[in-house]
Design a protein around this ligand. Sequence first.
Ligand code: ADP
Ligand code: MG
Length: 476
Amino acid sequence: MATREFLQQLISNPDRLKDLVDYAKETAFQHGLIIRTHETPNSSEVATYAPFTLFPTPVPKAALLQALAVQTHFNTLVDKISQDPDFLEEALASTIQADDFAAKLFGIYRQVQQEGRTQSIVLGMNRSDYMVDQKEDGTPSLKQVEINTIAAGSFGVSDRLPMVHRLVLQSVGLVEESNRVQDTNRTAAMSAALAKAWELYGQQKAVIMILVEESQISKFSHRCIEKELWNRNIPVIRRRFEEVSIGGSLDGDKKLFIDGLEVAVVYYRFGYMPDNYTEQSWETRLLMERSLAVKCPDVGTQLAGTKKVQQVLARPGVLEKFFPDQPDVVEQIRATFAGLYSLDMGPEGDRSVAMALADPEKFVLKPQREGGGNNYFGDDIIRVLQEVKTDKRRAAYILMERIRPRTEPNILLRKQLPITLASVCYEIGVYGAYVRHGGEMVLNEVCGYTLRTKNSENNDGGIIGGVTVFDSAFVI
Ligand code: ADP
Ligand code: MG
């Protein structure tokens, strides 16, 4: 492929390489592919380019189409799980005994279920992540890494990357290649779901509240969503847990008010990790969850996105229960599953432990965490399992088959990262959104995809954590 050969030439010509890298960064600034810095995450005085690859990375078309085609079924599945307390209770029974965070979320879920749900509008905004596994015979096979049902990001400013990539390719004469980099409308499509939920709520003056973190490094991306909403005359506010705790209350009908404003939709871009919460913010979460506001996601939907649920879904017969008359859908979803194994106490879990200890390179050990950097690989699997294998603490984890993606050469651009030709691998993240009103799905859509790429030497990922960068697909 031309970019591959071009990269080889480029790396042996440092002056030309520097010029091109500078041009790429300048183009990123020019088009607003920018992010706040770790040093000053809350300042609007300083920004840098959002990390990205110099060239788009080649992605097999069949894998991409497969990932896009299955997304609306994943939307339906997540929605069905979130409404099935018996399933969630059984799936998470051991996990909540071993993991405080899952237990806290489940406690809220149970409490709200017991009170009786008050809001019949449900809004889900997901991102299902995949790697393309390279089988031994060389054939590529799409495998789901996880599904994110809360605070799924990486859209917003990164929508400008295809434009940047096209200009970079054109600048070095790769015109045909540049024409194959497609634009994306994922921010508009995801925001349309937020707008739909707001519309159904039916109060012109009610706001969409984005629940944000203290360190607002991704604020420019949120601004892209806010712009889509303001364009529709939908008022948007941003609040931290603490602010909601001080200024938030429910009225007699359980309508949620913040600083005098009625909240139609709470859109969580925070609240996915234990250290996102203080005792006070747990109370605030409960307040919002009990309210009449549409929650994106509600706590049941957040739980539907846990690694434990992912593992239970891979058991024989479970998908069939959610899609009783749709064997094609079951097959389409199951085709994306990697091997997933329970670590619950009992003979099945014992077998998983033995398997992992015998060949740790074949597996990933995963706790119920989000946000990157939490998984165990290789010898660390042995270390952790040796410590927890004889008691119920091991049920806080699941075991997953390790996906071995094909690597490609590319150059990762990130502030202060030296310029080197790296061997990289990518994850395809497919966006999906749905809105349900009572028993009726009024919107169920695939909202485009993102590519996020890391040096293949890194096992785990994460854009904010400094491993992964934005990429776009060069579809082959
Ligand atoms: P998180 O919720 O922290 O993002 P993920 O399941 O996405 O958790 O795992 C984080 C990263 O670890 C992924 O982006 C990927 O790089 C790596 N990873 C996770 N599962 C696997 C797997 N089965 N095989 C190979 N790498 C994996
Ligand atoms: Mg992930």
